[in-house]
Design a protein around this ligand. Structure first.
Ligand SMILES: [Zn+2]
Length: 251
């Protein structure tokens, strides 16, 4: 037994040393930099440096965020509502969310998702969901951007929590009208809802966490709720990576 164990350990040690050397070489040729402060990243850092990571403005890790609860008051009967970070008008989260959505940096979603997930796990322990459902992009928009930012965030959460991601049940049929300045009390009829369900039985009797990048009026998540609630026994919770601190909710 020992005869086999020792060469194996030596081999792994050599492989990890080789990996470190290759990373150092790669860094010389193609230096990785922090997306916010442009400081060179160390081999174990992803997307942002440790200093910037410590400075991230975390929202309190509530299972039902009190400020955002008000946004959905009287509109739908969700279970939990979690939020990752506070987004000021300028600053690190605003910058990173812009890079994720408009500057072709899908890795920001996974890195921030993972960091948020670890903070939630440390403070809440066991998490009350069976599956994560990212808010889908319309296929045309997906083709143009090349990725869905909500899906990237969901992957980051999934890796840290070991909970699967469902991408095929909640679907987007149309692009829909931008909800940003729409009165939050306006409810679309079922035929106006850009979201629909395909093979909904896959989520029957499950506790589902619907993930979006940012919550502003909450209209998108309410539309997702309206589509998903048709599935028997489903329990729906909401999550968003960031909320604007100066949220201009249209009431
Ligand atoms: Zn930095």
């Amino acid at each position: 037994m020992l005869f086999f164990e020792r060469p194996c350990t030596e081999l792994w040690r050599m492989i990890s040393k080789l990996k470190l050397a290759l990373n150092a070489l790669l860094h010389l040729v193609y230096p990785r930099q922090c997306l916010f402060c442009s400081w060179d990243l160390l081999h174990f850092e992803e997307v942002i440096c440790t200093h910037c990571k410590v400075e991230l403005p975390r929202a309190f890790p509530f299972l039902v965020h009190p400020q955002m609860k008000k946004v959905f008051f009287g509109r739908c009967d969700f279970h939990q509502l979690i939020v990752g970070y506070k987004m000021e008008k300028t600053g690190i989260i605003r910058e990173l969310m812009h890079a994720l959505k408009y500057r072709q940096h899908p890795e920001v979603g996974q890195a921030l998702g993972k960091s948020w997930a670890m903070a939630m796990k440390n403070s809440c322990g066991t998490l009350p969901w069976d599956v994560i459902v990212p808010v889908p992009l319309h296929p045309d928009k997906f083709k143009k951007r090349g990725y869905n930012q909500a899906e990237e965030i969901a992957v980051g959460l999934s890796e840290a929590w070991n909970i699967s991601v469902s991408k095929d049940v909640l679907i987007r049929r149309t692009n829909g009208v931008s909800q940003t300045f729409q009165n939050r009390w306006i409810r679309n009829s079922k035929s106006d809802n850009p979201f629909g369900i395909a093979k909904g039985e896959a989520l029957a009797n499950l506790r589902v966490l619907v993930i979006d990048d940012v919550i502003t009026t909450g209209a998108t998540l309410v539309q997702c709720y309206d589509a998903l609630k048709e599935i028997p026994g489903i329990k729906i919770s909401f999550g968003a990576l960031a909320i604007p601190v100066h949220n201009r909710i249209v009431v």
